[in-house]
Design a protein around this ligand. Structure first.
Ligand code: GLN
Length: 486
């Protein structure tokens, strides 16, 4: 089955179980697809094809496909550590000496234990800092819907990989939008779970109070299946909640009757693409026709979200990046004059501009003289933003917004203007700050055939509800069935 790579997890699982398809055929189909299209897309930065095929054979000879992920090939963002596998965060500081982690991230371990097959690592902005995968040391990932455009970021490789059928699903990380924005740009479903719902053990930290990991899939049904495996307490990550994991698949009832869906007025702003706005408003009408009630709401501190995020995130970045000194692993400097010169050289040569920028901003915001004015102030505003959401969820069940103010932009369009890039994160960073979950599903296409994403957010631990609403919408529309022509 040459086109097996186009299947969803649920479809592939059925065929594997019925012995109409083998894991080897499915894996080979994804590998062929990567070989055919990745020269253009640049979504995959490390290929583990031999290992993947070996594993597929083992799974085939065991012949058991009891777990829905058994025999299903996936790609994983390059900030996840896979044991003895190049893991670089797409940064020269780790790429240079090909860092091979001596341990496995909990997420990849859980997926592999379920029988899922890792095909390789996907491109990301350097240490996940960005919204376009343009800051990667491996170069930019292109959007399968239009290869002059970005796939989004930072999980651009994961979104483009699933979106172009190079794999059946992928995993990514989301600090302030990095799963949801690229998923939206590539017409995929992307879920950022509640902070603490999924383990970050073995994932390179960017901003520790914001980072989460989650799936990028072709459908909400698949998203529920991957969440069933990823979610849950991990003794190796003390920030994971000791809270039972429901069967997310059971939440997919197709029913939104009686649900209250909030539309925050602050998320429909001047300057947003009119086609995006129309598609999102239409999706609200669609939900109304399915029995939901649309309620106008306000999240009054929205305008401070980007500024708050871009103080807290770089502050935590500046602390997390301190571990890359080239002494224990990674890039080392040649012929340093002294220790200070050594650090200077390692970090000058190893880090790209965006990482350096955030280290500088963060170090400044955390320094004794400015801590109160910037970092502490940002933490206070963060509380106000959390309170906005808590207040809103007293009157609505979920909040419906656009995923991004525009469709995927042209490669290089915002590259030289970091502030313009930061401002575009306006609809996504608040979930990072609040620790609340969000999901994006396709809700239309612009006249130039670029995907538009609809974003649903809910209170802490509301993944079931979000999946239920996203699924009901997806079932009622045909957006998820479209494929790019690449
Ligand atoms: N675009 C945001 C940033 O650059 C989000 C990144 C992320 O979620 N990793 O910080």
């Amino acid at each position: 089955m040459a086109d097996a790579c186009t299947l969803t997890i649920a479809q592939a699982h059925k065929k594997l179980k019925a012995k109409e398809l083998t894991a080897t055929e499915l894996t080979q189909s994804c590998i062929d697809r990567i070989e055919n299209v990745d020269g253009v897309l640049n979504a995959v930065v490390h290929k583990n094809f031999d290992r993947a095929l070996e594993q597929a054979k083992k799974i085939d000879s065991a012949g058991k496909f009891d777990h829905p992920l058994s025999g299903i090939p996936f790609l994983v963002k390059d900030n996840f550590c896979e044991k003895d596998t190049p893991s670089t965060g797409c940064s020269n500081i780790l790429r240079d000496k090909e860092y091979l982690p001596p341990f496995e991230s909990t997420s990849t371990k859980r997926l592999k234990s379920a029988g899922a097959i890792s095909l390789g690592k996907t491109n990301t902005d350097e240490f996940t800092m960005g919204a376009s995968t343009e800051t990667s040391c491996f170069g930019v990932t292109k959007n399968p819907w239009d290869t002059t455009r970005v796939a989004g970021g930072s999980s651009g490789g994961s979104a483009a990989g699933v979106g172009s059928d190079e794999c059946i699903f992928a995993v990514g990380s989301d600090t302030g939008g990095s799963i949801r924005q690229p998923a939206g740009f590539c017409a995929m479903v992307g879920m950022r779970p509640t902070y603490g719902r999924t383990s970050r053990f073995g994932v390179m930290s960017m901003a520790s109070s914001l980072d989460t990991i989650g799936p990028i899939c072709k459908t909400t049904e698949d998203t529920a299946l991957v969440m069933n495996t990823l979610a849950g307490h991990d003794p190796l990550d003390s920030t994971t909640g000791v809270i039972d994991v429901p069967d997310y698949s059971k939440a997919l009832t197709g029913d939104v009757k009686g649900l209250k869906v909030g539309l925050p007025k602050e998320y429909f702003i001047d300057g947003m693409d009119p086609e995006v706005e129309k598609a999102v408003r239409d999706s609200a009408k669609q939900m109304e026709s399915m029995g939901a009630t649309i309620v106008d709401i306000s999240l009054p501190h929205t305008e401070y979200a980007v500024a708050t995020y871009y103080v807290i995130c770089p502050s935590e970045v500046s602390s997390n990046m301190a571990r890359y000194d080239g002494i224990r692993y990674g890039h080392t400097a040649k012929d340093p004059e002294d220790l200070v010169d050594y650090y200077h050289k390692v970090r000058t040569e190893g880090f790209g501009d965006e990482v350096k920028r955030r280290i500088m901003i963060g170090t400044y915001a955390l320094s004794a003289g400015y801590y109160d004015a910037f970092y502490r102030q940002a933490q206070k505003v963060r509380t106000l933003i959390v309170n906005d959401f808590k207040e809103a969820y007293k009157s609505v069940d979920v909040i419906l917004t656009p995923t991004y103010p525009t469709p995927a932009f042209v490669v290089g369009a915002l590259d030289g203007d970091p502030i313009a890039m930061y401002l575009q994160d306006i609809f996504l960073v608040a979930q990072g700050l609040s620790g609340m979950p969000g999901i994006t599903v396709p809700c239309g296409f612009c006249s130039n055939n670029l995907p538009i994403g609809l974003h649903l957010s809910g209170p802490h631990w509301s993944e079931e509800l979000l999946l239920k609403v996203a699924h009901a919408y997806e079932q009622a529309t045909e957006w998820s069935e479209k494929k790019p022509s690449i």
